[in-house]
Ligand binder design. Structure first.
Ligand code: UDP
Ligand code: MG
Length: 307
C-alpha cells in the first residue's frame, strides 16, 4: 500500500499568506513519488483568518485537516498536537511562512524511504535577525551545548520523523517539551539536509523577545540541572572562603589587633552565609533528582528495526 506522510504546519496569525504557503507546500511535496500526503494545520489560537483559509483548501478537495486551539498555546504545544493527531507513516514538521523551504520534502522522503528514521533540515547560516537576537541565539546554543551536552546549532524544527520515532516520542510522559532538543537527544539514525533560510513570506516573526527568553530558560532547565548544582558549589566555595576569613579575624582577635565585637560578626556572617548556601545546594540536589524522576524521560532508547 502507498505510504502516507503527514505534513504538520503550526500556524499563528499567518492568514495573510497561509493559503499560498500551503499550496506551495503541497505542490512541492507531490514531486516525491510513491507517497501520499495529508496536511495537518495546527492553528495556534490565531485571531485572523488562518483557520478559514486552511479550511477553504480542504473544501477544494485537498487532504487538509485543521486543528484549532482555543487560544495561543505556543509552537511547542502546536507541534505536540500535530504529532498526536497525525496519521501518516512519517511526519514532516514545517513552518507556515515558507522559511522552511518545501522543496526539501522530496529529498527528505527519499532518505526516509532509504531507511532513515529521522531527517533534519539544517540551517547553513542563521536567519537574518537583529544583532541582539542573533547574539542571544548564539548564547543559548553555547549554553545548551555546555550544559546539556547537545549541539543544536543549525538545528530547527524542520524535520522528518518516522512513525516509530513519533510513537516513541509521544510515549514519554514529559509535558514541557523542547521538540528540537528531544529529537537530537534521542539520537535515532539520521541524515541532515542543509538549507539557507529564505525571508518570511510576510509579516514579522511571531515570537516576542520576552517569549523567546522564557522559551530559552525553560529549555535549558529542562535539559540540565547545572544551575541547581552550581548553588551547592557556590555554597562550598563561600564556606571555605568564609572559614579562612573567620580564622584570620580570630587570629587578629587573639593577638589583640582586632576591634571589639567585629570578630564575632565576621565569623558569624561568613559561617552562616556559607552554610545557608550549602544547605540550599543540598536541597537543590534533591530537587534536581525529583525533577529528573518527574520528567520520566527514558533511560535508554532502542534503535528502530527497519530495513
Ligand atoms: N507559531 C505558532 N505559535 C506561536 C508562534 C509561532 O504556531 O506562538 C508558528 C508560526 O505561525 C510559524 C512557526 O511557528 O509557522 C515559526 O514561527 P515564526 O516564523 O514566527 O518564527 P521564526 O521563523 O522567527 O523562528
Ligand atoms: Mg519564520
Amino acid at each position: 500500500m502507498q505510504q502516507c506522510v503527514s505534513l504538520i504546519v503550526p500556524a499563528h496569525n499567518e492568514g495573510a499568506h497561509i493559503s499560498q504557503s500551503l499550496r506551495t507546500i503541497l505542490s512541492e511535496a507531490r514531486k516525491a513519488q510513491n507517497v501520499r500526503y495529508e496536511l495537518l494545520v495546527v492553528d495556534d489560537g490565531s485571531t485572523d483568518e488562518t483557520a478559514t483559509q486552511a479550511l477553504a483548501l480542504a473544501q477544494e478537495g485537498e487532504a487538509v485537516r485543521v486543528l484549532s486551539f482555543t487560544r495561543n498555546f505556543g509552537k511547542e504545544a502546536a507541534i505536540q498536537a500535530g504529532l498526536e493527531h497525525a496519521e501518516g507513516d512519517a511526519v514532516i514538521l514545517l513552518d507556515a511562512d515558507l522559511q522552511h523551504p518545501p522543496e526539501l520534502i522530496p529529498e527528505m522522503v527519499r532518505l526516509w524511504c532509504a531507511g532513515l528514521p529521522v531527517v533534519h533540515a539544517v540551517r547553513t547560516r542563521p536567519p537574518e535577525r537583529r544583532w541582539g537576537a542573533d547574539l542571544s541565539a548564539r548564547l543559548f546554543y553555547w549554553l545548551f551545548r555546555r550544559m546539556a551536552g547537545i549541539d543544536l546549532s543549525g538545528q530547527c524544527d524542520y524535520k522528518l520523523l518516522d512513525r516509530e520515532v513519533v510513537d516513541a516520542y509521544l510515549s514519554w510522559p514529559e509535558r514541557q517539551r523542547f521538540f528540537r532538543g528531544l529529537v537530537s537527544w534521542a539520537a535515532y539514525p539520521s541524515a541532515s539536509i542543509p538549507f539557507s533560510v529564505p525571508p518570511r513570506s510576510s509579516g514579522q516573526s511571531r515570537w516576542s523577545t520576552l517569549g523567546l527568553l522564557r522559551y530559552a530558560v525553560t529549555n535549558l532547565t529542562s535539559f540540565s540541572a547545572l544551575p541547581l548544582r552550581l548553588v551547592a558549589g557556590l555554597g562550598l566555595l563561600t564556606l571555605v572562603a568564609g572559614s579562612a576569613v573567620g580564622l584570620h579575624s580570630l587570629f587578629l582577635k587573639l593577638s589583640g589587633q582586632a576591634l571589639d565585637g567585629f570578630t564575632t560578626v565576621i565569623v558569624l556572617v561568613s559561617a552562616l552565609g556559607g552554610m545557608t548556601l550549602l544547605a540550599l545546594g543540598i536541597v537543590g540536589h534533591y530537587l534536581s533528582r525529583i525533577y529528573e524522576e518527574i520528567k520520566g524521560r527514558p533511560s535508554y532508547l532502542i534503535r528502530p528495526s527497519r530495513q
